[in-house]
Ligand binder design. Sequence first.
Ligand code: PMP
Length: 344
Amino acid sequence: MKPKINACDNILELIGNTPLVKLNKIASSLSGNFYAKVEAFNPGHSSKDRIAHYIIEEAERKGILKQGSTIIETTSGNTGFSIAMVSIIKGYDCILAVSSKSSKDKIDMLRSMGAKVYVCPAHVSADDPRSYYQVAKRLHEETKDSIYINQYFNALNLEAHYNSTGPEIWNQTNGCITHLVACSGTGGTISGTAKYLKEQNPNIKIIGVDAYGSVLKKYHETREFDANEIYPYRIEGLGKNLIPAATDFDVIDIFEKVTDQESAHTAREISKTEGIFVGYTSGAVFQAVKQLSAEGEFNENSNVVVIFPDHGSRYMSKVYSDDWMADQGFFDVESVEEEKAIQY
Ligand code: PMP
């Protein structure tokens, strides 16, 4: 007889059902209650496990994937890691075209998970043949039995969060959530989660976080693509230089823009005050919360859920490197004073 062992069948069973953690010190001077959905608790350490797993299983259900098929994607790193992880368990090959803006840690990590990685220049337009979109498209055309996940234009990205992140947050807050604040990259996380939450209670306010240098906020306000909004910035995974079809702009109430510098300092502050070792975009999301608080967005009855998309270990050579911060000019007098004030 088989012994009764309390174990998962494989690592993929651990995707989703991430904890909601109350934010204490960092939120102590703000009006309202703040809770972080800590997506680093996924086995691939980011929210992207949810979409990789969901999209690949949908393709299997439709009979598109066979043993030995190849899965191709463009990625800032996290989606690639998740696809590589799911591919290992399910027996697929994984090819990733990544931006040269991605950290070396992330690229090395993808290769460690068995993925074949193509590094493409970050500051070229999406239709340039060197861009990671065009490279992925070409590889898809050239590789027999391949699928292209295409997270920016795949409605299943949004659907994955509609079916998991949304219900989890609704249940974890017992329906008491008043605001959701989340980064927008592909927009899958925010719009899938928001769509579910708004169906439960249309009064929940949905706030998207965008980067200076990205077109999303302006597009949300005008429904027009303004190329003048585009310029290089440092935060990986947040904002975009095109309009992703995976974003449902109608379920987002407002966008708030944040800077590279303030987001980096806020990520460091979250780690040091809450003991939650977060990635760069978690800093961005809480930086947006600080700005919105200063504008009077929240009151003592607000129950604000923020999504922390990934883990700080992926940014050791960036946000958590003093040398990198100094090279970016992020250690100006004011921010050094702020950091000193939270030395512990
Ligand atoms: N943060 C990080 C670190 C990411 O990699 C991404 C994905 N690009 C996001 C936030 C934004 O999530 P989404 O693509 O679902 O909008």
